[in-house]
Design a protein around this ligand. Sequence first.
Ligand SMILES: Cc1cc2nc3c(=O)[nH]c(=O)nc-3n(C[C@H](O)[C@H](O)[C@H](O)COP(=O)(O)OP(=O)(O)OC[C@H]3O[C@@H](n4cnc5c(N)ncnc54)[C@H](O)[C@@H]3O)c2cc1C
Ligand SMILES: *[C@@H]1O[C@H](CO)[C@@H](O)[C@H](O)[C@H]1NC(C)=O
Ligand SMILES: *[C@@H]1O[C@H](CO)[C@@H](O)[C@H](O)[C@H]1NC(C)=O
Ligand SMILES: *[C@@H]1O[C@H](CO)[C@@H](O)[C@H](O)[C@H]1NC(C)=O
Ligand SMILES: *[C@@H]1O[C@H](CO)[C@@H](O)[C@H](O)[C@H]1NC(C)=O
Ligand SMILES: *[C@@H]1O[C@H](CO)[C@@H](O)[C@H](O)[C@H]1NC(C)=O
Ligand SMILES: *[C@@H]1O[C@H](CO)[C@@H](O)[C@H](O)[C@H]1NC(C)=O
Ligand SMILES: *[C@@H]1O[C@H](CO)[C@@H](O)[C@H](O)[C@H]1NC(C)=O
Ligand SMILES: *[C@@H]1O[C@H](CO)[C@@H](O)[C@H](O)[C@H]1NC(C)=O
Ligand SMILES: *[C@@H]1O[C@H](CO)[C@@H](O)[C@H](O)[C@H]1NC(C)=O
Ligand SMILES: CC(=O)N[C@H]1CO[C@H](CO)[C@@H](O)[C@@H]1O
Length: 603
Amino acid sequence: MCFVAFLHLFILCTLFPVAECLFLHPCNISDSILPSYDYIVVGGGVGGLVVANRLTEDRSVTVLVLEAGKLDFPANSVTVPGLVGHGWDPAYDWNISTIPQEFLDNSTIPLPLGHVVGGGTILNGLPTTRPGRRSANPGWGWRGLLPYFMKSETFVADMDSKVTRDFNIQTDMSVHGTNGPLEVTYPRFLYISNFLQGVSELGVPLLNDPNAGVMAGAMIVPSTMSVQSQSRADSRTAYLDGAISRPNLHLASEQTVTRILIGANGSAPGINVPLFGELRRAYGVQSVNCIMEVILAAGAILSPILLQVSGIGPALVLKELNISVQVDLPGVGQNLQDHAMVQPFYNYTNTCLFSAADIAGAILQEVEDEYFTNHTGPWTAPLISTTAFPSLRSLTANWSSILQSVSSCSAEQHLPPGQHPTILKGYDQQRQLLLQFLNWDDVGALEVMADSIGTLSVSNLHPFSRGTVRALSADVFASSDTVAADVEVDPRYCSQPEDCTILNTTAMQQLMPKPPAPWDKMAGPGPLNETVLLDAVQRNLRTEFHPCGTTSMMPFELGGVVNPRLVVYGTANLRVVDGGIMPLVPAAHVQAAVYAIAEKVCL
Ligand SMILES: Cc1cc2nc3c(=O)[nH]c(=O)nc-3n(C[C@H](O)[C@H](O)[C@H](O)COP(=O)(O)OP(=O)(O)OC[C@H]3O[C@@H](n4cnc5c(N)ncnc54)[C@H](O)[C@@H]3O)c2cc1C
Ligand SMILES: *[C@@H]1O[C@H](CO)[C@@H](O)[C@H](O)[C@H]1NC(C)=O
Ligand SMILES: *[C@@H]1O[C@H](CO)[C@@H](O)[C@H](O)[C@H]1NC(C)=O
Ligand SMILES: *[C@@H]1O[C@H](CO)[C@@H](O)[C@H](O)[C@H]1NC(C)=O
Ligand SMILES: *[C@@H]1O[C@H](CO)[C@@H](O)[C@H](O)[C@H]1NC(C)=O
Ligand SMILES: *[C@@H]1O[C@H](CO)[C@@H](O)[C@H](O)[C@H]1NC(C)=O
Ligand SMILES: *[C@@H]1O[C@H](CO)[C@@H](O)[C@H](O)[C@H]1NC(C)=O
Ligand SMILES: *[C@@H]1O[C@H](CO)[C@@H](O)[C@H](O)[C@H]1NC(C)=O
Ligand SMILES: *[C@@H]1O[C@H](CO)[C@@H](O)[C@H](O)[C@H]1NC(C)=O
Ligand SMILES: *[C@@H]1O[C@H](CO)[C@@H](O)[C@H](O)[C@H]1NC(C)=O
Ligand SMILES: CC(=O)N[C@H]1CO[C@H](CO)[C@@H](O)[C@@H]1O
């Protein structure tokens, strides 16, 4: 295999001058790659491609991006917003599932993760929402990230006034960028539904611009898509394709990094890490060296795995795998959070409205022609454009007893056994924050999404449950066929039971009284049957694809993994730049935050 050839033959290569930016194809990589680069970026998803782009703006800096997946072939299934949710090339997914979820019905849940240049943004749903003003770490909250949200995007809202009025869209351009690589806009076609009106009757406020700092309310969300062609905008089209002529940027696809090489000591100019005994130095991966830094951007699930197999993680886990401990860092792979989602929860009752489910036969041909000829019509609309983030107070009169019930458990009651004291302390603080957030009426507790097919799904935005990610072998990445088997992902969905009961609230009942099976069992006379409903939630729970927290930016004493410069504790020059560094999953779709984090760290 070409991949093996790279690993073994590269060592024989001599130094070639960097002549042009290269997509280093696996079959000729050994001719083109340099023996060392200033920066090696592991993973070509959001974090990796943003960092690679910004670093190579300085033409004297050489960067190599190593991405396990292929370059995507720009198939309609990737580019056409109207086809989002219709599946993708299986080669673009790591095929990882959770272990049996014991707090649900013991089933395993597929956790799609991008395995392709562009990472998750080749598979994702396009809606882009920023976390609101109430988010956490100093310097990394709303105000700290706003310049980088703006730097990353070119925002265009060019709809006629009737559309903006009907859909309650009013963009606040003072918080949007007009010059960034990532195009963000509203699709030219929006499905009409009664959703906004319905939730507003329940007392949920309508938001004009969901990305202006307050996320609690109902809204039409913008999408990452090209204004002109109305096709997917992703981290590859935004941050890589435009940098293609830079001679100092190399990207090698189909190169799975098996471990980061870590040496005894070192320090790098300009990077402050707290004293941690003798610092470790990342000096390369496989047979390529780096002079300055290794940037780990393999995503919230695989970055902690790579750290563990490279000797950075909880010492007990590493010792079980016979991995020599470089840094005993208990937080690596802990604190896993995700938005747990139940879908489809309820269908619209009004079947007269046109929905994406009606696109078939002759209409399909028309829709397709219109999309490719004029870049207008239903195919410009992604699966989700309409969503609400109601606060807990606006959802249920019972909100204070739900919070009371969570705060009356001890912090560790629902965590896995045998936690390191720093993890317990960190979780305790997170829980206090979450209880505060859920108390406020400008923070969303649930997301209710109305999709273009006419179904609603519900997800839990501020979960109390915490899971883990663990390598089961020191050679996880040695053969790409067995990666999924050697990775243990346990989100422990609903290990704090209120995470499931919050998904089932009085307001949900009001929103749509005639749910499909299996919820229709309760649709008889008299009060709804709580057991059936909770059981249905537990059997139908899925991921909203927002894992994070596994390499948290938190103090070491609280179970953190990286400092505010995203440098891994105990190392001089190894940073993590991806969704895993967010200590709390934001009450938003997460891609906007990952783009902004990667823009910010480049300073
Ligand atoms: C199906 C799906 C739907 C989503 N929907 C939305 C949405 O609608 N809105 C939204 O805001 N967000 C959505 N997201 C989330 C969003 O796409 C992610 O948050 C974002 O991509 C995370 O960026 P990242 O840099 O952390 O990791 P990723 O984008 O996942 O990039 C990590 C990259 O590292 C590579 N990699 C991993 N291990 C190795 C290795 N050992 N060697 C080499 N390369 C490696 C991977 O192949 C991948 O390309 C969705 C995600 C998925 C998967
Ligand atoms: C490497 O191979 C790819 C695919 O065959 C080709 O497009 C590219 O030009 C080659 N690069 C070099 C430097 O030979
Ligand atoms: C996932 O599975 C599909 C089909 O079984 C396969 O084609 C694909 O290569 C797999 N992806 C990875 C990363 O192993
Ligand atoms: C899940 O499995 C555990 C252990 O096998 C068992 O005790 C439990 O009853 C199962 N739960 C469900 C809902 O099936
Ligand atoms: C670790 O090493 C010991 C002793 O060499 C061996 O018995 C054990 O099987 C190894 N464990 C793993 C997971 O490789
Ligand atoms: C494209 O738009 C033009 C002008 O509105 C219209 O006449 C034409 O029918 C459209 N084409 C398709 C294929 O929808
Ligand atoms: C209110 O919430 C508490 C705690 O979750 C729960 O025990 C109780 O049954 C709820 N009451 C109603 C009426 O839903
Ligand atoms: C679920 O919601 C129903 C309807 O509002 C309510 O009667 C029931 O108590 C809730 N169940 C749980 C477990 O919270
Ligand atoms: C709800 O919508 C789904 C998806 O379109 C469909 O499969 C299901 O039959 C619908 N259920 C009802 C009760 O209309
Ligand atoms: C709820 O409904 C199920 C199925 O109809 C039934 O088996 C169960 O006893 C009911 N539970 C309660 C508390 O009414
Ligand atoms: C083993 C090792 O890498 N030692 C290095 C520690 O740091 C000093 C100063 O940078 C180097 O000279 C050693 O080689």
